[in-house]
Design a protein around this ligand. Structure first.
Ligand code: GLY
Ligand code: MN
Ligand code: MN
Length: 563
């Protein structure tokens, strides 16, 4: 296999790096067992995704790249919370998927085909990582550094971030330079080669204009590639872009396109718009859509190694729901429910919540993403609990709705049964080849029929009033994971999560007010049919009421009362 060395602006640097790399490789070969020992002496879990997995994903990514292209991905920025305290760092899921590197201030380059240095060496990927620094590591935690990245993440070579600025690659020579738009607020820190500096260097290298308007370019690309018959579709998309950036409608080329579309497609005006956007687009070789397109395709279906982690995230979240059911009593607070769930998944080694926990008693449950979780006593409430743990990067998304006193009232039960039946219909529709909308269509039908039969609505079209959200999304490294939203493929994981929410003051009998029910499960789409991954969380009315009668270890847990 060919060695992989990039070349740098200074010839000294290039030769120096070459020698340094050879020495590093020999040293690493000799010291590899020691490195493994040191790592295992830290007693970290052993079930992370492997270096082979991440390398395989980079190869799969490369296979999807356009000819003569380079993809550049950055690690997530560090987010400041206050003063010298930052939010817990979380890696960008694409970066994690492709590298396994979970520290900030890093950049990955993947090339569609091998590149050759002046020394005749070839490489097809490069990673620049945080430099080791004993003092910084004493305060803020261990760093893998170049040696650790090569030894544990399977890169042929790796470089310190400080070397990125001197990397001499002619980005203009590629047909496409793929990267995500720079939307993030990235702070410059005191350390050299932080993410701020890496991004700045990259922008310089590719000649990124400070006034580059990515959404205008996206609309241009749509206009350029659209066949005449899709003019209407583009007008709809344009509407969406214009909501984010109204100045787009004032752009002369886009104005031309709109005029052509409104005139029933005046071919002359349309051609003029197409020629104009072509010229604008050809000024740059930037591709801001390619990364999403490739990552959506790769991340939609899960490999067995990913399924092992995702299953664990889901199972520990489901067990957490069961433990909450056992521990629940009317004196409990929303925050305490969250805490019980968190304790359970942490006991299984899950690191974080995969999204902010939602625990809404009564009317609070009607707020779809309610995260205050600050009601002190749940009393007789129906409690909506949308809780998902993240295990080694993969997140669950499981919702249960239970009566705080252990028994559903007749009204709570009536609404619950509709949602349950809707979910059953949605799960049954989650089969290979079905359109992504199939579970939603099936569930919505049952919800509408149910609401009509209870007299809450008169026609099916009114059902959205009480069921205002979608039924399914992909699940994986992100709670709303990446995917193509095309027909279902085997080895895809989705949620099926119908709900009915009747806020206080709704236009119906007040006996329904404050009832909010969502039931959300995680479903593996497989050639053998849908598989309920979150089966460990009781789901039917009978199963929930039975679980709530079980003793909980927390029954005996008491703390001193504070004055
Ligand atoms: N927990 C967010 C959602 O269900 O999509
Ligand atoms: Mn969900
Ligand atoms: Mn959820």
């Amino acid at each position: 296999m060919s060695k992989q060395y990039p070349f740098f602006t200074s010839p000294y640097f290039s030769t120096f790096r070459l020698t340094q790399n050879i020495i590093m490789k020999v040293l690493l070969f000799l010291l590899a067992p020691l490195f493994t020992l040191v790592v295992s002496a830290q007693q970290i879990p052993t079930d992370y995704l492997t270096a082979d997995f991440h390398k395989g994903r980079r190869d799969a990514f490369r296979a999807e790249m356009p000819a003569n292209s380079v993809a550049v991905l950055f690690s997530n920025p560090v987010r400041n919370r206050a003063n010298d305290v930052d939010y817990i760092y979380h890696q960008d899921p694409d970066f994690h998927y492709l590298t396994g590197y979970n520290e900030p201030h890093a950049v990955l380059l993947i090339f569609s085909s091998p590149q050759t240095t002046p020394d005749g060496n070839t490489y097809n990927e490069l990673i620049f990582v945080q430099e080791r620094n004993a003092r910084a590591e004493q305060w803020n935690g261990r760093r893998l550094g170049v040696a650790g990245t090569i030894a544990t993440l399977g890169f042929e070579s790796a470089y310190n971030g400080s070397e990125f600025a001197a990397l001499d690659i002619n980005f203009k020579s590629f047909d496409k330079v793929m990267f995500y738009n720079f939307n993030n607020d990235i702070r410059d820190t005191r350390e050299g080669a932080d993410l701020f500096d890496l991004v700045k260097s990259f922008k310089n290298k590719i000649g990124f204009p400070s006034n580059y308007n990515a959404s205008r370019m996206q609309v241009y690309a749509l206009i350029q590639s659209a066949p005449v018959e899709e003019t209407d579709k583009i007008m709809t998309l344009l509407d969406r872009y214009a909501k984010m950036d109204p100045s787009l409608i004032e752009d002369p080329f886009i104005k031309d396109f709109i005029a052509a579309a409104k005139s029933g497609t005046d071919q002359k005006i349309l051609d003029r718009a197409k020629t104009a956007v072509n010229v604008a687009l050809n000024q740059y070789n930037f591709d801001l859509e390619g990364l999403d397109r490739i990552m959506n395709g790769l991340r939609e279906t899960k490999l067995p190694e990913e399924m092992a982690l995702l299953r664990k995230a889901i199972e520990v979240s489901a067990v957490g729901q069961l433990e909450v059911m056992k521990a629940m009593h009317p004196g409990m607070s929303e925050t305490e429910v969250q805490g019980v769930h968190e304790y359970v998944y942490k006991k299984y080694g899950a690191e974080y919540e995969g999204y902010p926990s939602i625990v809404g008693g009564g009317n609070n449950g009607c707020i779809l993403h309610y995260i205050e979780n600050n009601k002190p006593e749940l009393g007789e409430d129906l409690v909506l609990m949308d809780l998902g743990a993240e295990y080694h990067g993969y997140t669950a998304d499981v919702t249960r709705t239970i009566p705080a006193n252990g028994v559903f009232s007749p009204e709570q039960k009536a609404i619950y049964e509709i949602v349950y039946n809707a979910q059953e219909a949605g799960i049954a529709a989650s089969v290979v080849g079905a359109p992504f909308s199939a579970p939603g269509a099936a569930a919505s039908k049952v919800v509408a029929q149910g609401l009509i039969s209870l007299g809450l609505i008169k026609e099916a079209s009114e059902a959205r009033k009480y069921f205002p959200h979608g039924t399914s999304h992909y699940l994986g490294l992100d709670v709303h994971d990446k995917g193509t939203y095309g027909p279902f493929k085997a080895n895809t994981v989705i949620t099926v999560e119908p709900g009915i929410y009747i806020p206080e003051g709704s236009d119906c009998d007040p006996k329904w007010w404050g009832i909010a029910v969502r039931i959300e499960d995680d479903i593996l789409i497989s050639d053998q049919g849908p598989v309920l991954l979150s089966y460990m969380a009781p789901r039917s009315v009978a199963a929930i009421e039975a679980a709530m009668k079980l003793p909980s270890p927390l029954d005996a847990f008491s703390l001193p009362t504070l004055e």
